[in-house]
Design a protein around this ligand. Structure first.
Ligand code: DNO
Length: 393
């Protein structure tokens, strides 16, 4: 397994020199400054690649080459958007970058309600609180029909939270919900969010799946020709949000997606934290089933609560059996090696981490502090070494 690290580009407070010290060798990066749907020019890719190489690291994975909302809605200038996507893939391939992560979550990327949840140790984690999420939807967004999506007890708790919440509490809830969008674009205030949700009115799972299948049919053949792997990131959290369907949430969704465009270029980013927040998802079993289609791994853990809330746990803590998951991917790498594949090593990154120690006071992206992730990487590295030793013994 190849150790990689997500870097948000020159504006990231964590420097490439610091990343080098973690021992990771691969960089996960994106040209976040380019608006969704526009072309990533070869020159811009090369410039970023050179910057990364100058620090002794390699740009291994693109996360993400974003999918424009029009594709998910199935409206607008789709031919131009698909063309641009294919051009960006060609430009990346020319630079030797072949693994491309994206997601198909409408409107919002990963969604939390609390960016500073205190762990008993004093470290700070990200949390999704079902009560605050319902309060935001029903009482702040005032989405039509939202009440029907929540159990009466949850609604009651949401009303209580809202009645006691200060303006600061509400503002930080809005900020937390918007924080999942890492680019400079597409951040919404309440009216903006209402407008974009309206643009999805009537969208059901079947239509969203059909729009996704069309996207794959448009871009997968190009990726295959270029020897690339597109790998979808699962929904985070894996449940419908704000009345919008989510269609990359469980094993059946993943089977459907692989079936939309069967090809070695149509792959999966196996994110244990995202899939692991789904109560019905058995992660070791899913890891074994989907390992042959996995091009990229995000390793982290979550602790779930009965009402649908969860927080991000230590990488080896939480509800998902991390050693069992990693073992499935080590076995997959062995199979790839035995088949003589050059891409046997699966890149993984320690996904998210708690803010701790000298992380406090630094301006890093939520979930992406230096020390917390380094702790995660070091622990995962230990599990990998232990499992490898056992396999060799
Ligand atoms: C969160 C990330 C996601 C991911 C995108 C991929 O920390 O894992 O934002 O980058 O969903 O498209």
């Amino acid at each position: 397994m190849e150790e990689t690290w997500r870097w948000f580009g020159p504006l990231d407070d964590v420097t490439l020199e610091e990343i080098r010290q973690t021992g990771a060798t691969g960089i996960v990066n994106a040209l976040h400054e380019i608006p969704y749907g526009e072309v990533w020019e070869e020159e811009a890719i090369r410039a970023r690649q050179a910057m990364i190489a100058a620090a002794g690291l390699t740009w291994r994975v693109v996360e993400s080459l974003p999918v424009h909302e029009d594709v998910k809605r199935g409206t607008g200038e789709l031919d131009r958007i698909f063309d641009n996507y294919r051009t960006s893939l060609r430009n990346l391939a020319r630079c030797g970058i072949r693994i491309v992560c994206y997601n198909f979550m409408p409107v919002l990327d990963w969604t939390r309600t609390d960016l500073s949840y205190r762990m008993p140790t004093g470290a700070v984690a990200l949390r999704f609180d079902a009560v605050r999420h319902a309060a935001f939807d029903v009482l702040m967004l005032r989405r039509k029909g939202a009440e029907a999506d929540y159990a009466p007890a949850l609604l009651e708790a949401a009303r209580k939270w809202f009645a006691a919440a200060s303006e600061t509490d509400k503002a930080s809830l809005l900020n937390a919900i918007m924080a999942g969008l890492p680019g400079a674009y597409d951040r919404y205030d309440i009216p903006g969010m209402q407008r974009i949700l309206d643009s999805y009115a009537g969208m059901d799972r079947a239509t969203l799946k059909a729009n996704y299948a069309r996207f794959l049919r448009e871009v997968v053949p190009t990726a295959e020709e270029l020897g690339m792997q597109l790998c979808v990131h699962p929904d985070d959290p894996p449940r419908a949000l704000f009345g919008l369907p989510r269609i990359v949430s469980n094993a059946q969704d993943l089977r459907d997606i692989l079936g939309f465009a069967p090809s070695p270029a149509n792959g999966i980013t196996f994110c244990t934290g995202s899939l692991g927040a789904g109560v019905a998802n058995d992660l070791p079993a899913m890891a074994r089933e989907f390992a042959p289609n996995v091009a990229f791994l995000h390793l982290r853990n979550v602790t779930k609560e009965p009402d649908g809330s969860f927080h991000e746990a230590d990488h080896l803590g939480g509800d998902n059996d991390m050693p069992a998951i990693i073992a499935a991917f080590l076995a997959e790498e062995d199979r790839r090696r035995a088949a003589g594949r050059g891409d046997a090593e699966i890149p993984f990154r320690p996904d998210h981490g708690h803010q701790m120690l000298s992380d406090f006071g630094r301006r890093t992206h939520p979930g992406y502090p230096l020390v917390g992730r380094l702790r995660g990487l070091a622990e995962l590295r230990g599990v990998i070494a232990g499992l490898r030793h056992r396999r060799a013994a």
